[in-house]
Design a protein around this ligand. Structure first.
Ligand code: FAD
Length: 468
């Protein structure tokens, strides 16, 4: 990669959502200017916007993502706390019903996850990114209400993007080119990078999908009497015999979000009365009972495209120089595992480290950075597709022997984790993306998982917190 007269030292980030904003932090000090091109106009305050439709649904930031976010943007976790984000220690503050009974409530305090509505999270991150940029050598500008429509360059190098304003008089909406030395696609699950690459004459990168066919429906509530609200969130995931689940968690301002989900044939309804009725059909009645003590604050919002999908941009020769793909644009996950935002943060951190350790922007560095992004997503991918395989549709990528074995093993491990603090701690480390999956097959964990008998969990939601 060389500086070129038009692109100078400008990087363009496509999409000013979470991954896009975190990409900016990775580029501070590396280029003179970062131009973020965002299709939406940001709302006044901390409101919902059209470009991130999933923002209506429950979003938990796992502790692995929380660490990455804090490393990228120090002070952000405290700022989220000030904005009302609730910290939930696992397993103490999230009561979980497993197929074998309720999980014991260990006071482990190793994994603090954050529960907050997505508009608040995105706004706090955006404010802090722009604040960090103001104190850096890099100028950051955001082109709101502007859509990227394609890439410029050729099959070997991307030299910028084509953009089109989304509002203004029709005559003012003509396309123009923005040159750049680096383009980062962070445009989310609807990314058009494969089509844009094809238009440059490149082969479209290999894509894998595993689709459990899950649909989401979410509604916001406020407990009628905060004194009788539960002292923890509640998680009743689906399992093969009852593939309907729900998570009910506190967010900012005394509000609670209830997200329900179900695989094909079990999709949660978006009609308010039917939604409430559906909550009685999940694997445990506790959440349904709690709804009697809460008033709804919103309509029910649905969401359907929840497949796991990764595009192998990291494979040799998959991308032209000067292009990087981050966040959901590279890899999306079944959201029930709560991994996407964490993977976006881990990916941005991987880019920053690659640029810092690799001597900054130079020819070949985007390929290295893309490999680091893919490595950062791998543990989450293995966990999500391992768990989803039993529900996957026939057209999906087939599971190999290794993946089938890991599905069997994870099933046993999940049951054990509900009652065993040692196995539970390993399970939480991996599912929070703070330890590699190999932690689940460490000798001590393997022996306890395979040889100790399967025992049921607790018969009801535990009130008692157990010291470990
Ligand atoms: C229902 C649901 C629930 C989820 N729950 C969780 C959870 O609990 N925990 C978790 O970690 N993750 C969760 N996720 C995943 C999480 O939402 C994503 O991983 C995360 O939003 C990815 O960030 P992103 O910036 O890549 O994409 P987005 O947040 O989708 O942002 C993309 C941005 O790009 C803009 N854009 C798109 N196209 C263009 C264009 N052509 N030009 C300019 N701008 C463009 C959009 O307007 C948007 O601002 C959930 C996802 C879903 C669907």
């Amino acid at each position: 990669m060389t500086e070129h007269s038009n692109g100078g030292r400008t990087a363009i980030v496509v999409g000013g959502g979470l991954a896009g904003m975190l990409a900016v932090t990775a580029l501070l000090g590396q280029v003179e200017t970062v131009t973020v091109v965002e299709r939406d106009r940001y709302p006044e305050g901390r409101g919902f916007r059209k470009g991130v439709p999933q923002a209506r649904h429950l979003h938990v930031l796992l502790s692995g993502g929380r660490h990455a976010l804090e490393e990228l943007l120090p002070g952000t976790v405290a700022a989220l706390g000030e904005a009302g984000a609730r910290g939930l220690y696992l397993s103490r503050d999230l009561l979980t019903r497993t197929p074998t009974g309720w999980q014991r409530r260990f006071d482990e305090r190793r994994h603090l996850t954050l529960s907050v509505t997505r508009p608040v999270l995105d706004a706090v991150v955006r404010e802090r990114v722009l604040g960090a940029a103001a104190g850096s050598a890099t100028r950051v500008e955001v082109l709101e209400a502007t859509e990227v429509t394609g890439l410029t360059g050729d099959a070997s190098r991307v030299t910028g993007v084509r953009v089109r304003p989304r509002d203004g008089a029709p005559g003012a909406r003509s396309e123009r080119e923005l040159p750049a030395v680096l383009v980062v696609d962070a445009s989310g699950r609807g990314s058009r990078t494969p089509q844009w690459l094809a238009a440059l004459g490149r082969t479209v990168p290999h894509e894998e999908t595993v689709d459990a066919g899950i649909a989401y429906a979410t509604r916001m509530y406020r407990p009628k009497d905060p004194a009788t609200a539960p002292d923890a969130g509640i998680n009743v995931p689906g399992w093969p015999e009852c593939p309907r689940g729900a998570v009910y968690v506190p967010v900012e301002d005394g509000k609670w979000l209830l997200t329900m989900s179900g695989v094909r044939g079990h999709h949660p309804p978006t009609d308010a009365a039917e939604f409430t009725a559906f909550s009685a059909t999940i694997g445990d009645p506790y959440i349904h009972e709690l709804l009697d003590r809460a008033e709804p604050l919103s309509p029910v919002h649905g969401f359907r495209d929840t497949r796991n999908r990764r595009r192998h941009f990291e494979r040799p020769g998959a991308l032209p120089d000067g292009l990087l793909v981050l966040g959901d644009a590279a890899c999306t996950f079944n959201p029930v595992y709560g991994q996407g935002m964490s993977v976006a943060a881990l990916g941005a951190l991987a880019v920053r480290r690659t640029l810092t350790d690799g001597g900054g922007l130079r020819y070949g560095i985007t390929a290295e950075a893309q490999r680091a992004v893919a490595r950062a997503a791998e543990p989450a991918w293995l966990a999500a597709v391992g768990a989803d395989r039993p529900y996957a549709s026939t057209g999906d990528t087939k599971a190999g022997l290794g993946e089938r074995l890991s599905t069997w093993y994870l099933d046993r491990l999940f049951a054990r984790a509900a009652i065993d603090p040692v196995v539970g701690a390993a399970f939480r480390d991996v599912f929070n993306l703070t330890a590699p999956p190999t932690r689940l097959v460490a000798p001590r964990i393997f022996l306890r998982t395979v040889f100790l008998p399967r025992r049921p969990g607790l018969p009801g939601p535990p009130a008692a917190i157990e010291a470990v």
